[in-house]
Design a binder for this molecule. Structure first.
Ligand code: IVH
Length: 717
């Protein structure tokens, strides 16, 4: 009996761990693929993914078709035309271990004698597939989800290293060539400097800058961004050679930029030497690389080795550990964020790291400094992962001077002198003086005008400071009282820019509710949570009076976020600002949606538990689209409950006592399906691409009937 209990406890712990990892990975996937603003390094992400894959393999009972481990992130973007790849764009299996790489080589050498491996740099940009017909660039498509990508031809045409018309006469009539769009460090530094001056959010790294640039709506902007394109994989009808190396050399003659750092290796030792050489030498390259790709050269052997569902068996990526540098921690200063959070920042003796000079690094919070036992004067290791700001990973104890003193956290706000506070469960210290602390006031206004919030163009951080200093604005509502004459009188602002700012302030009155809500800057309410909240509560009044329980009904809202929302609206000053913004004409109500049916008119429906095919937001939307009302708690007037897994026991008991019917997710969907038209959310919600296992990537499009473009050697992506 006891054993069984222990077992159940540990089973539960594993399930929770798996679910926690899935949540974390989904979050970071979104940050990386959708927002282009990753928060953790590739190394940390891959480590989490591996842990999840291992746990899932050991516990098939917790399998989930929607786990982040079975899908490839998507970078699709609605503004571009979506194109199906003729052959799926697969990824490579990764390893950080020389030992695993050795096993990969051995496995292949067991299959064939005298294997030739081509070693190449793993370029750290964004993947692209170029199609050429009769020597002319036909199309350039991003990887997307691997099956469909975005047509970014107009943008790619602006990249000077991409040939629009090929040279020579021995290229195939039709072929695809794939490679990486890169942003050299020099362009990256220049663009970020420009963005900083304009008060815009900086690109985290050259990879995000390249991906972000490729998705620009105006190709003229792309043209100025200094992108480059290196090609590394080719496929098509009648390629001139039966191996990778010779075809790429031919492609170089046709005008493509092919890396001159490739090398044919005949043994594991040669491969390891190549890696060791480039792990050091890559630091001198003008663009970022994050590993080495090892590919079988011979096409016949590639065909024999085949593919897994996601990647070829004939290639692998060895990833480099994040670069580190050792430098002196000269001092620690403290930054005050818009929410009052205090972030200690390390001021370092300048050091070269991953192509840029590093002078500062984040230290996160006082606990982190204590955990690493960092002291001013220490020699510290700095690392750059996916984050914009490098981090300190440790110190060199042997180099510590005898008179160094342990770090002590400040007790008062460095900006306004208010004693700092700590909130339960929070590692950070906060300055509670929201209305009087300068960086908090400015930070809130700068956040409000951000592109993803109210998108007030022409107003950068500098102008906001200027307006604040001159007494024209103290809070976000003051923006709507500004007149062009007020602005034009400021130094460095002429009539024209004043007019532009006013125009863009006026335009912001049309910005949808979810972005206004995000712009308010409620602690922990990010862009996605704001979207969920706006969809769930539909207007600010409903949100303002919502209780903790009700708030937690909304997707992604836990206790911490719910409490922060309640705290925000409990503050008179915030409510006054909202009223002023409302009077100024801002959107505090979500857009009306057309009803699908009146099947649920007058019905009160409660949603409870976890669901498989829908999020709670989607279910709520479905109820409302059919005329029903979503209730947060079970009561005598509840008509029915849509119950998922783990419905709350209290709700269940109450429902049974009141004799309220309980519908499963499937029953509910069946109920409304009869009434739904073909465009219902219920159907759209399930349009996720399926990942089928196959031995070779199948063409994703039907072959055109009249042509014979079946690539002979060309399925080898
Ligand atoms: S070969 C079937 N070669 O790494 C895989 N990929 O996960 C074909 N990458 O999406 C890719 N440098 O964006 C290949 N020399 C190289 C590469 C490379 C960078 C990227 C590419 C791909 C990812 C692999």
């Amino acid at each position: 009996m006891r054993d069984t209990n222990v077992n159940m406890v540990s089973q539960n712990a594993i399930k929770e761990q798996i679910e926690g990892l899935r949540r974390e990975l989904n979050y970071h996937n979104h940050k990386y693929y959708v927002e282009n603003a990753p928060e953790i390094s590739d190394f940390d992400f891959d480590a989490k993914m591996r842990l999840l894959q291992d746990l899932e393999a050991a516990h098939p009972e917790y399998a989930d078709p929607n786990s982040p481990s079975v899908r490839v992130g998507s970078d699709r973007c609605s503004e571009f035309q979506s194109v199906e790849h003729r052959y799926p764009m697969l990824s490579l299996s990764n390893t950080y271990s020389i030992e695993e790489l050795g096993e990969f080589i051995e496995r292949i050498e067991r299959e064939a004698a005298d294997v030739e491996f081509v070693c190449e740099l793993k370029f750290d940009g964004t993947a692209i597939s170029l199609t050429y017909e009769n020597g002319r660039l036909l199309r350039a498509v991003t990887r997307g989800d691997g099956v469909q990508g975005d047509d970014v031809t107009a943008n790619v045409r602006t990249i000077r290293s991409v040939p629009l018309v090929l040279s020579g006469d021995d290229y195939p009539a039709y072929f695809e060539i794939r490679g990486e769009i890169l942003m050299p460090y020099s362009s990256f530094d220049r663009i970020n400097a420009e963005r900083e001056a304009a008060g815009e959010q900086l690109f985290a790294n050259p990879r995000n800058a390249a991906a972000g640039t490729l998705k620009q709506q105006q190709s003229a902007i792309v043209a100025k961004r200094g992108l480059d394109c290196v090609l590394y994989q080719i496929a098509g009808d009648a390629l001139p050679f039966a191996n990778h190396w010779e075809n790429l050399q031919a492609a170089r003659r046709w005008g493509f930029k092919i890396s001159d750092k490739m090398q044919i290796c005949h043994s594991a030792k040669e491969v390891f030497d190549y890696i060791a050489y480039w792990d050091a030498e890559r630091k001198a390259l003008p663009f970022p690389t994050d590993g080495v790709v090892i590919k079988v050269n011979d096409f016949a052997l590639r065909r024999a080795l085949g593919f897994t569902a996601k990647s070829p068996r004939w290639a692998v990526a060895y990833k480099f550990k994040a670069e580190q540098a050792l430098t002196r921690l000269e001092s620690i200063s403290f930054q005050v964020g818009r929410t009052g959070a205090i972030t200690p920042v390390a001021n370092l003796a300048p050091v070269q790291l991953a192509g840029t000079t590093v002078k500062r690094a984040t230290l996160h919070n006082a606990e982190q400094i204590a955990a690493l036992d960092l002291r001013v004067g220490d020699m510290v290791y700095v690392e750059k992962g996916g984050e914009i700001i490098p981090k300190i990973t440790g110190s060199e104890p042997a180099e510590r001077s005898a008179d160094s003193r342990p770090f002590e956290m400040i007790a008062e706000c460095p900006e306004c002198g208010t004693p700092l506070v700590r909130y339960e469960g929070e590692a950070k210290h906060y300055c509670p003086n929201q209305s009087g602390c300068r960086p908090q006031i400015l930070g809130r206004i700068i956040h409000f005008i951000r592109r993803k919030a109210l998108d007030i163009d022409g107003l950068g951080a500098e102008t906001v400071e200027l307006l604040f200093e001159s007494g024209l604005i103290r809070d976000v509502a003051d923006l709507y009282d500004l007149r062009a004459v007020d602005l034009a009188s400021l130094p460095r602002l002429g009539d024209k820019s004043a007019d532009n700012i006013i125009r863009s302030i006026n335009r912001s009155r049309e910005v949808p509710f979810n972005r206004v809500l995000f712009g308010l800057g409620i602690r922990f309410v990010g862009e996605t949570t704001a979207k969920h909240l706006a969809g769930f509560f539909r207007n600010i009044d409903a949100l303002m009076v919502a209780q903790r329980e009700e708030l937690m009904q909304s997707e992604e809202v836990g206790e911490k976020i719910a409490d922060s929302i309640i705290e925000y609206f409990a503050d008179e000053a915030n409510c006054t600002i909202i009223e002023r913004l409302r009077t100024a004409g801002l959107q505090f109500e979500a857009e009306q949606r057309a009803l699908h049916s009146s099947l649920l008119a007058g019905k009160n429906v409660v949603i409870s538990g976890k669901f498989i095919d829908h999020t709670r937001d989607e279910l709520k939307e479905l109820i409302e689209l059919h005329g029903g009302k979503n209730q947060s708690g079970v009561g005598a007037n509840t008509d029915f409950i849509v119950a998922g897994e783990n419905m709350g026991p209290a709700k269940l008991q109450k429902a049974q006592k009141l004799g309220i019917s309980i519908l499963s997710e499937a029953e509910f969907v069946a109920l409304i399906a009869e009434e739904s038209d073909s465009e219902s959310v219920a159907e759209n919600a399930k349009n996720e691409p399926q990942n089928e296992s196959r031995n070779e990537p199948q063409p994703t499009q039907k072959e055109p009937a009249q042509t014979t473009q079946q690539p002979v050697q060309g399925t080898l992506f």
